[in-house]
Design a protein around this ligand. Structure first.
Ligand code: GAR
Length: 189
């Protein structure tokens, strides 16, 4: 049984979707979630799903000692980032080499890096009049959004694409593909 922890700072729609997807799996189990934001909606979702939620501050994450013990306590094998906005410290990457996976709502290496998340990305994509966008799933390394790309899926932007339509397209792709990509990746490692 491969055990997952999901880290998120926002609404938690991917976290819930991943949890539901693996609910009946006998190979992969979501054992905990972690957030740096006590007021994020992901906290409510964890409660509803009865998944233990762990809080970490930026300092605690950077220090990593206490969080490392918690991950060991829950026997976490893989860490899934789903809208987690803090930088993952080197200590954590060393402890989980090629075992931390992130989803990014753009076609990396474009629109990656510090400050590039959610709406900021969609606005930049639209302002630059891109003709396509998409999602990227990648391993996490020391630099924001620069780890090895595992999977990308692109789509064309229509001439009248707007923030709402682009957001909806990205979310739909994330919901239908992220759990499957995680599953496939864990079995190929
Ligand atoms: C997702 O769209 C994810 O791709 C994005 O944050 C959103 C989280 O939504 N991640 C980034 O922008 C990372 N740079 P959720 O909390 O509802 O899953």
């Amino acid at each position: 049984m491969k055990k997952l922890a999901i880290f998120g700072s926002g609404a938690g729609s991917n976290a819930e979707n991943i949890c539901v997807y693996f609910n009946k799996s006998s190979d992969i189990k979501l054992v905990m979630m972690c957030t740096n934001r006590k007021d994020a909606f992901i906290v409510e979702r964890a409660k509803k799903l009865k998944i233990p939620m762990v809080f970490t501050s930026k300092t605690e994450l950077e220090n990593f000692d206490d969080l490392a013990k918690i991950l060991v306590k829950y026997q976490v094998d893989y860490i899934i980032l789903a809208g987690f906005l803090l930088k993952i410290p080197s200590k954590m990457i060393e402890q989980y080499p090629n075992k931390i996976i992130n989803i990014h709502p753009a076609l990396l290496p474009k629109y990656g890096g510090k400050g590039m998340y959610g709406e900021n990305i969609y606005k930049a994509v639209l302002e630059n009049k891109e003709t396509e966008s998409g999602i990227s799933v990648h391993f996490v390394n020391q630099n924001y959004d620069e780890g090895k790309i595992i999977f990308q899926k692109s789509f064309s932007l229509s001439p009248d694409e707007n923030l709402e339509s682009l957001t909806a397209k990205i979310h739909e792709l994330e919901q239908s593909l992220y759990p499957k990509i995680i599953e496939k990746t864990l079995f190929s490692l």
